[in-house]
Design a protein around this ligand. Structure first.
Ligand code: ADP
Ligand code: ADP
Ligand code: ZN
Length: 220
């Protein structure tokens, strides 16, 4: 399946992406994870991207679109992919459509994880992420089994530099201005599906499986 995940920062995209990717055997592609890897390796891309990410701004489309282009031509995307955090602008969505069209492919769905703003600050400031595999935890809602260590790979979990209340508020404004229009964009293409993201993590996942199962059988 070819899926993109939409939703504000803190909606639970990364959390659900790990489970969806396992269930459907498709790679989880997170542009945020790709940028963070480049930042930790101090590549030219990472140094440039960090300037925007630390302020809660979007990395410019010129940098972001090429990264996704390069990633989608890798062999593991032959049977589909799950994009988490891309597209974030209409320009990025149009670029994705062209990339897929050139391969004779199209998206199965743009899945919106709906979470009202009042949930977001609490989720983001309590978030902890694995420095190695990117798994996302929460100090209250999804704690690691061993304090400070990732359940999956055993490495350290940390708080992201951009998960401060101030930056999250900025990111939410940017979401409203630049990413929210994608909801209408994919509605007009009959590709939007929605799930209530306020429920417990496992319940959200069950609902996602129901939605994706129905789309998959319709498309086959
Ligand atoms: P996103 O990738 O959309 O920014 P994450 O998946 O990293 O979001 O989730 C943000 C934070 O909220 C994390 O700390 C995560 O553990 C927590 N979280 C995710 N889904 C839920 C949920 N359904 N209920 C409560 N907390 C959640
Ligand atoms: P979250 O889901 O918590 O908002 P991500 O890990 O998806 O965060 O992204 C972290 C940051 O990386 C974003 O705030 C933004 O600065 C940058 N970023 C990630 N994906 C994109 C994208 N598609 N376009 C522009 N900037 C991006
Ligand atoms: Zn890990």
């Amino acid at each position: 399946m070819k899926i993109i995940l939409l939703g504000p920062p803190g909606a639970g995209k990364g959390t659900q992406a790990k489970s969806i990717s396992n269930n459907y055997s498709i790679p989880h592609i997170s542009t945020g994870d790709i940028f963070r890897k480049n930042i930790s390796e101090r590549t030219p891309l990472g140094i440039e991207a960090k300037k925007y990410i630390d302020r809660g701004h979007l990395v410019p489309d010129e940098l972001t679109i090429d990264i996704v282009k390069d990633r989608l031509i890798e062999k593991d995307c032959d049977n589909g992919f799950l994009l988490d955090g891309y597209p974030r602008t209409v320009n990025q969505a149009e670029a994705l459509e062209i990339m897929l069209k050139e391969r004779g492919e199209k998206l199965d769905t743009a899945l919106l994880i709906k979470v009202p703003k009042e949930f977001i600050i609490d989720r983001m400031t309590g978030r902890r992420v694995c420095t190695t595999c990117g798994a996302s935890y929460h100090i209250k809602y999804n704690p690691t089994k061993i304090a400070g260590k990732c359940d999956i790979c055993g490495n350290f979990v940390i708080q992201r530099d951009d998960d401060t209340e101030e930056t999250v508020v900025e990111r939410l404004d940017i979401y409203d201005a630049q990413t929210q229009p994608l909801i209408e964009y994919y509605t007009n293409k009959n590709l939007l599906s929605e799930v209530d993201g306020t429920q417990a993590i496992n319940d959200v996942f069950k609902n996602i499986c129901g939605i994706l199962g129905a789309i998959n059988s319709d498309n086959n």
